[in-house]
Design a protein around this ligand. Structure first.
Ligand code: 5GP
Length: 187
């Protein structure tokens, strides 16, 4: 039986960002966050499900005291194109009022999801609200979406791995790969 992360030709998906590169960049980001939030308590808000692997690696590298909460929003369904529709599937459990909130996003493409999440959280009066994105596409650079920390800027290609899925699969690939079509994850 074919491996989920292999193409029909047996090749693993093409690496865009490798494991070592990810590890090193997370250490750099964590050092920055440790400096910027020194003396504060941080609330990491992960946007499910894509951000989960990045968030867990980042959280382990951060040394300031922190708690974790999650939001789930939908925007893409099973396709590689934005549907333009965002809705909350799961809301935060913690009261964010007076807290230093850092939203952890997997990838910023159109910026629609992030804009929606930020609006929703800022209405609850956090002490501060910043964003840490794992990936940001070129397209998003033209937007006025405020992103305080970005691990990697990437071209406008559809990517999988390290938390990012295609139709709920491929999240467990330990690196970021370019999605090359159905054959890359056929059953
Ligand atoms: P936006 O609202 O910025 O257009 O899209 C954000 C969401 O769309 C991300 O959180 C992610 O779930 C999904 N998305 C955008 N681009 C990609 C991509 O290249 N690969 C995957 N797997 N998901 C993406």
């Amino acid at each position: 039986m074919m491996n989920e992360t292999q193409s029909s030709a047996g090749n693993p998906p093409r690496v865009l960002i490798g494991e070592d590169q990810i590890r090193q960049r997370i250490a750099e980001l964590a050092a920055e966050l440790n400096r910027d939030y020194a003396g504060k308590q941080l609330l990491l808000v992960g946007v499910l499900k894509g951000a989960i692997i990045f968030m867990m690696d980042l959280a382990r590298a951060i040394q300031v005291p922190l708690s974790l909460d999650f939001m789930a929003v939908s925007s893409y369904g099973d396709s590689t194109q934005s549907s333009g529709v965002v809705r909350i599937i799961k809301d935060l459990e913690e009261n964010v009022e007076g807290k230093h909130v850092l939203v952890v996003e997997d990838i910023i493409d159109t910026g629609l999801t992030l804009t929606y999440v930020l609006q929703s959280i800022s209405a609850r009066n956090p002490a501060s609200l910043k964003v840490c994105a794992f990936l940001r596409k070129q397209k998003a650079l033209q937007l006025s979406v405020p992103v305080d920390y970005v691990a990697f800027d990437i071209p406008d290609v559809f990517v999988i791995g390290y938390g990012l899925d295609y139709a709920e699969r491929n999240r467990n690939i330990p690196y970021v790969a370019v999605w090359e079509g159905e054959t890359a994850s056929s059953d």
